[in-house]
Design a protein around this ligand. Structure first.
Ligand code: SAM
Ligand code: SF4
Ligand code: SF4
Length: 350
């Protein structure tokens, strides 16, 4: 491994450092959001990963330790639905004990659909989880049930959000994927519901991840349009990003009722600052959300490799990275309908 890598200054071919690690802990989910796991595709015949294929908590923690030594400062647990992984709070406890070379704790966050959060929030907080994001695509119960496509009531997810607040998570991020014609009627109701609550709603453009969600550009509601809509009702001003590589552009309500974020992955690609690496449930690393293939680390882990060898493999993989799919899509150089099979969102976790 070169000395820059060992000092946590590993950079890719476009000069981007490695800072964020997203770990998918399961490819399973109890929801069937049409933009992620459409019911027709992810039905009883779909083969999910077998238990022996999943990285164990010890394996995940060992890899995370190597990544942290190489510059990772933020870890996000995701899935599928991460709270469905048995004893997930044990993994949180193990990861929260990691320290950066400067001796600091890692920023440890988790994204959930909130369905079992009411039961888990306190245990997650006690285990050392720093922050939490809950996906809520509508406040209207009928629309919410349609979006998750398993008839799950919004009240139970809102109860999960309330439990998380009681457990001490603040600010809680609320993620809403906006599909034009499906839940764009919910933008203002979401704003009204969460304004002044301390939670930060982040509106996410519907992305062409994977190849099963029937993505169409005309179902993408550009963030600029969304901000104009909200601004007309509740005037907003732009905020400066708090860190390089932040995915959301932040806006503040002028009347002091808090802030919102917009994630414009389609209309304003942010690949230039992309410092994210993704680890799949069965131990493959992916350099981009739109990648076709990953690099297998599980074989190294289970084949008796030393940490140094794993570290140098990671350094090699990252230093070769030149992914920037969203920028290429925006410039017309990449075609979302090319037919090439890409990884799916429920598998890699966003
Ligand atoms: N199940 C958890 C949840 O829904 O929060 C975690 C995994 S989910 C794949 C992570 C995030 O990706 C969620 O906020 C979800 O709404 C978002 N997402 C999934 N598919 C998407 C798509 N096609 N476009 C934009 N965001 C998407
Ligand atoms: Fe499940 Fe999250 Fe995908 Fe919805 S977005 S199907 S909750 S993994
Ligand atoms: Fe990063 Fe790939 Fe998304 Fe660009 S398209 S921001 S490189 S994950």
């Amino acid at each position: 491994m070169d000395s820059d890598a060992s000092l946590g200054r590993l950079t890719d071919r476009l000069g981007r450092p490695l800072r964020d690690l997203r770990i998918s802990v399961t490819d399973r989910c109890n929801f069937r959001c049409s933009y992620c796991m459409p019911k027709e595709v992810f039905d009883r015949r779909h083969a999910f990963l077998a238990h022996r294929e999943l990285l164990s908590f010890e394996e995940i923690t060992r890899l995370a330790r190597v990544f942290v030594a190489q510059g990772v400062r933020k870890i996000r647990l995701t899935g599928g639905e991460p709270l469905l992984r048995k004893d997930i709070e044990h993994l949180v406890r193990m990861l929260s004990a990691l320290r950066t070379p400067e001796g600091r704790a890692v920023d440890l966050t988790l994204t959930t659909n909130g369905s079992v959060l009411a039961k888990k929030a306190h245990a997650l907080r006690d285990a050392g989880l720093s922050r939490i994001a809950v996906s809520v695509d509508a406040i209207d119960d009928a629309i919410f049930r349609r979006m998750n496509d398993v008839d799950f009531p919004v009240a139970d997810v809102l109860e999960g959000v309330a439990s998380a607040a009681r457990a001490g998570f603040a600010p809680i991020k609320i993620n809403m994927v906006v599909k034009r014609g499906t839940n764009d009627s919910q933008i203002l109701p979401m704003v009204e519901h969460f304004r002044g609550s301390g939670a930060i709603v982040r509106f996410i453009e519907f992305m062409d991840v994977g190849t099963t969600n029937g993505w169409r550009m005309d179902e993408v509601l550009p963030s600029a349009e969304l901000v104009a809509l909200i601004n007309a009702r509740h005037p907003l001003e732009a905020l400066q990003p708090t860190e390089v590589g932040e995915t959301a552009q932040r806006w503040r309500y002028l009347d002091g009722a808090g802030e919102i974020g917009v994630i414009s992955s389609v209309t304003q690609a942010f690949c230039r600052d992309c410092t994210r690496l993704r680890l799949s449930t069965e131990g493959k690393v992916y350099l981009c959300l739109f990648a076709h293939q990953g690099h297998d680390l599980r074989t190294l882990l289970r084949g008796g490799c030393e940490d140094e060898q794993i570290a140098s493999t990671i350094a090699q993989i990252w230093s070769q990275r030149e992914d920037r799919y969203s920028e290429l899509r925006s410039s017309g150089a990449a075609n979302p309908e090319s037919g090439v099979r890409r990884i799916e969102m429920h598998y890699i976790g966003g």
